[in-house]
Design a protein around this ligand. Sequence first.
Ligand SMILES: Cc1cc2nc3c(=O)[nH]c(=O)nc-3n(C[C@H](O)[C@H](O)[C@H](O)COP(=O)(O)O)c2cc1C
Length: 177
Amino acid sequence: MRLPWHPYPSQSKATRQLLNVFMQRSDVSVHALYDLYPDGNIDVVTEQAALLNVPNIVWLTPVYWYSVPSLMKQWIDQVLARGWAYGEGQAALRGRRCWWVTTTGGDEFAYSPDGMHQRPFIDFIAPIEQTARFCGMDWQPPFIVHSAHQLDADQHAVTSSLLGERIEQLAALKATP
Ligand SMILES: Cc1cc2nc3c(=O)[nH]c(=O)nc-3n(C[C@H](O)[C@H](O)[C@H](O)COP(=O)(O)O)c2cc1C
């Protein structure tokens, strides 16, 4: 598994908690884009090569402006390239499982017609999901933590436990590619 994650790691609480769950495993390779590419120059060849070695790709990010943070979006733009990830019979990631693990500031009510964001959160998942599907990846139901900056220690513990169970389920699936 590989994990792009957070633009401001020192400020992160919720995403860091989730990262810690992944880091407890020996079969996870953490790949922090903002640490690797602080100048924004993504090494596309290295990124693509690394993806070929893993059956499960995890995008661990907070939600920024109804999407992923900018370097994660840049990674998508550059790494999931035409002629490699899609197009001309190419689909290097076909069959890889893709899983978005994410945190939001808004609570569930905020993602309702009368709430601040007016739309259900599933509407904002759609572009991320379809990006993976377009590349032939096997999209997994996202793991979403709402009200992320309001969680207390007990709630973080419950969330971490639930995430651990989902990781276990994913890791137990047969490798497809
Ligand atoms: C630039 C920026 C944009 C954000 N956009 C959203 C948003 O569109 N929807 C939302 O629910 N929260 C939004 N938030 C809140 C973050 O999602 C929230 O603070 C984060 O998930 C908490 O995780 P962390 O403790 O790891 O930073 C935004 C925060 C920032 C800094």
